[in-house]
Write a protein that binds this ligand. Structure first.
Ligand code: PMP
Length: 441
């Protein structure tokens, strides 16, 4: 579809709205993950293929949501679904071991700097949970540090201060822990210390004051869920040094950055090796698989005698492991794969900046070609949650809605995911659509 996007289109989503109304009568709240409420109406799709989505209204959208990150090879990538389809007859979950688990683990050992040993789970949330339990089991300490604005899943102990209201978030240098859901027990706030990200002095102060109680520092190495904020030069290095000095386990949550900022994740890209790391999303191109990887001395605690328990009915299931092996094979097939994807993403970023300038809009586009964020703010950069929260979120949601009407789907919070299936045609079409969408705002 070479001229896609150059045509002016205004898509409507009436059938999605009708299905949403129908879903409300059987699915609590009409959707199965609260993250999906940002879109209005929540869209219903028949098919996802390569960089495109086909919705129930017959619309075709170029997709930069990619399932919130997983579909790095494009949806239903033939290189993945072929081997998966061929594997299905051999079974799925057998509560026993199979050779694919060893093959995948050995590959990960070669690719991921921190992976002396690995364990497989299903979702990112539970893998983060496992990493925190391992850190506590290893250190004998209870508390952990998490950063304001970072998301590590929806479970009680980490779904804190991910997007706090500024009226209840306390001072910038020492934020309050703010629960993000009704039903979370108040006591979980006592188990963590919330800090501003990209602030070495704040981390040094916290570790000095409470180091003896702090089992782990949990961080996204790039703050992908809030502004796709890169670490300041030297920040991850300082984090590594402070954790080593205080015997604190450094946990990188690479659920988004993993297999996206390069095959070895952010840790390989920035050259900082955490003690434990968590991966999910892009590892299996949409099949559910997560990984806890880490130093031998910590990971060994899950051995039968180690007394740190990690389990799960679906862990290491044949389907997801087959998908992950096929995904790794495709990602690594050509050493230029990542560079090409990043270059296309960077062209998209630059084109969006250009459009915004042309229409006199303050649009900040920051991050990496593989994952970036658009924010309506006059700031030249955002470096932490507070500076990101000053952006006009309602305008971003309106921009995402205008993009959808023009045939492009991105997240209402402004995070764009690239895939290797997005070619130059899709980038050109997206830039044309984005220019119309910005004009409509
Ligand atoms: N950590 C990060 C950085 C994430 O982005 C997410 C999901 N968006 C999670 C953890 C939780 O993963 P899951 O949704 O698979 O539980």
């Amino acid at each position: 579809m070479p001229d896609e996007g150059s045509r002016s289109v205004t898509l409507s989503f009436e059938k999605s709205a009708a299905f949403y109304a129908q879903a409300m009568r059987s699915v609590a709240g009409g959707v199965n993950s609260n993250v999906r409420y940002g879109e209005s109406p929540p869209l219903f799709f028949d098919r996802a293929e390569g960089p495109r989505l086909h919705d129930v209204d017959g619309n075709v959208l170029i997709d930069f949501v990619l399932g919130n990150g997983p579909a790095i090879l494009g949806h239903a990538a033939p290189s993945v679904i072929g081997p998966v389809a061929a594997s299905l007859g051999a079974g799925q979950s057998i509560a026993g071991q199979h050779r694919g688990e060893i093959e995948l683990a050995e590959r990960l050992q070669r690719i991921i700097p921190s992976a002396d040993l690995v364990r497989f789970s299903v979702t990112g949330s539970e893998a983060v949970h496992a990493a925190i339990r391992l850190a506590r089991g290893y250190t004998g300490r209870t508390k952990f540090v998490k950063f304001e604005g970072q998301y590590h899943g929806w479970l009680d102990n980490v779904f804190i201060s991910t997007k706090p209201g500024l009226n209840e978030a306390g001072p910038q240098a020492a934020p309050e822990a703010v629960l993000m859901s009704r039903g979370q027990p108040e006591r979980v706030k006592d188990e963590l210390i919330v800090l501003p990200w990209n602030d070495t002095a704040a981390l040094a102060r916290a570790l000095e004051a409470h180091g003896a109680d702090i089992a782990a520092v949990v961080t996204e190495p790039v703050m992908c869920n809030a502004g796709v904020i890169p670490p300041r030069p030297g920040y991850l290095e300082a984090m590594r040094k402070l954790c080593s000095e205080t015997g604190t386990v450094l946990i990188f949550d690479e659920v988004i950055t993993g297999f996206r900022l390069g095959l070895g994740g952010a840790q390989a890209r920035f050259g900082i090796t955490p003690d434990l790391s968590v991966f999910a999303k892009a590892i299996a191109n949409g099949f559910p698989l997560s990984i806890v990887a880490g130093k031998r001395a910590i990971m060994e605690l899950v051995e039968a005698k180690g007394h740190v328990v990690h389990s799960g009915t679906y862990n290491g299931n044949m389907t997801s492991v087959t998908a992950a092996l096929a995904t790794l094979e495709a990602l690594g097939a050509d050493p230029q794969n990542y560079a090409r994807m990043e270059a296309r993403g960077e062209r998209l970023m630059e084109g969006l900046r250009h459009s915004a300038r042309r229409h006199g809009r303050d649009l900040l586009v920051q991050g990496f070609g593989a994952v970036f964020c658009t924010l309506f703010t006059s700031a030249k950069e955002v470096t932490d949650f507070r500076s990101m929260a000053a952006a006009d979120a309602a305008r971003m949601t309106a921009f995402a809605a205008a993009l959808a009407r023009n045939g492009v789907r991105t997240t209402p919070r402004g995070v764009w995911f690239m895939s290797m299936a997005h070619g130059d045609n899709e980038i050109d079409a997206t830039l044309a659509a984005a220019d119309r969408a910005i004009a409509e705002l």
